[in-house]
Design a binder for this molecule. Structure first.
Ligand code: NAD
Ligand code: MN
Length: 355
């Protein structure tokens, strides 16, 4: 049996309500998978900042680094005004653990009259305009602000490579009999190299080169300029399998894609590095519904499954996805964000039963 050590970082607000559900679904996986879990509770977030003056205690980082195979991160609240000493713990974690890929699957619930959507957006997580090298200076015509957009061959190559690997893995799952709207693996490389010929040009050519590797011969590769990508994403979302993009475009595309399938409470993500993954629901701490036991736990349950995929436990992940899909397709026990009346606990119970 393999034992996975998982750090649990609930954070603030509904993070505290959904992360325990993530733990329970991992514990409820059938013993036949030969998988055991050890959990370590870790602190981060706004409450932690108020208590300790640090939103991401050093202990959290060192335990993740030295002891854990993966982690589940809930959500953190951020102050509405800039507060001295506070910075987002998940952004810091991505940096400290070199979690270079942000992976977001977006999938619609099967049903009559529903447009089938089943895509994954793979966003580069370490560079582009998000290196945050900005400056402002005065000119006779007023202030001017500038920012550096940094694109490297190394980061572009590894993000395209992981996108190719995700496409292959999705194909393998399809061949295993999961119903799918896609015929074969496809990676769409998104950029704006018609205007930004050097930065996005380098992203484009490097991604192309990485995806031309021998092990990706079965993967179809196409390109889409980012503005027309948005148009097509909304007109024809069913056409996309894996989309890979530099940081900024990926950020925008992934929030937009989440809107195609309804509630934020459904959409998972993973922050992935070499041999490490943090599952993280896409939603925030949702203070408007906190403490009412009505938060949708599904984004977190799917994030737990996504984390398992990147820890090479695909079979376990598939079981969680299937149990969640069955709950949604039956549509009897849904949380209020999906138009239902079920409490968080009832949704969790229903999904655990299906596992
Ligand atoms: P939010 O995602 O917390 O909430 C947006 C809306 O979606 C709210 O109406 C909320 O009730 C609803 N919602 C979100 N998740 C849900 C779930 N699981 N089930 C049912 N409904 C759900 O975004 P916000 O309101 O803009 O931000 C609230 C706080 O969260 C802020 O402090 C913000 O900075 C923080 N935030 C954190 C993260 C993160 O930790 N990754 C991401 C986004 C926002
Ligand atoms: Mn975003």
């Amino acid at each position: 049996a393999r034992t996975l050590k998982i750090g649990l970082i609930p954070g603030d607000g509904i993070g505290k309500e959904v992360i325990p559900a993530g733990r329970r679904i991992l514990e409820a996986l059938p013993a036949s998978l030969g998988l055991k879990f050890e959990f370590i509770d870790l602190k981060a977030g706004w409450e932690t900042f108020e208590q300790t003056g640090n939103a991401l205690p050093e202990e959290t980082v060192s335990i993740l680094k030295s002891e854990c195979d993966g982690a589940l991160f809930g959500a953190v609240s951020s102050p509405t005004k800039a507060v001295k000493g506070y910075s987002s713990p998940i952004v810091a974690l991505r940096k400290k653990l070199d979690l270079y890929a942000n992976v977001r699957p977006v999938k619609s619930v099967r049903g009559p009259g529903v447009k089938p959507i089943d895509m994954v957006i793979v966003r580069e997580n370490t560079e582009d305009l998000y290196v945050k090298e900005e400056k402002t200076y005065d000119t006779p015509e007023g202030k001017v602000a500038e920012a550096i957009k940094r694109i490297s061959q190394r980061a572009s190559s590894r993000i395209a490579t992981i996108a190719g690997e995700i496409a292959l893995r999705r194909q393998k799952i399809r061949e295993g009999g999961s119903p799918s709207i896609h015929k074969g693996p496809l990676v769409t490389v998104t950029h704006k190299s018609n205007v930004l010929s050097q930065t996005d040009g380098l992203f484009r050519s490097t991604a192309r080169e990485a995806l031309a590797a021998g092990r990706f011969t079965s993967v179809a590769v196409e390109e889409q300029i980012v503005d027309s990508m948005v148009y097509k994403l909304f007109r024809q979302p069913e056409a996309y399998d894996v989309i890979v993009a530099p940081n900024l475009y990926g950020d925008i595309l992934s929030d937009g894609a989440a809107a195609l399938v309804g509630s934020l409470g459904l959409v998972p993500s993973a922050n992935v590095g070499e041999g490490f993954a943090i599952g993280e629901p896409c939603h925030g701490s949702a203070p408007d519904i906190q403490g009412q036991n009505i938060a949708n736990p599904i984004a977190t349950l799917r994030s737990a499954a996504l984390m398992l995929e990147f820890l090479n436990e695909e079979e376990a992940a598939a079981k969680i996805y299937a149990a969640v899909d069955a709950n949604l397709e039956e549509g009897k026990l849904l949380s209020p964000d999906l138009g239902g009346k079920a409490k968080t606990e009832e949704v969790v119970q229903d999904i655990l039963r299906r596992l």
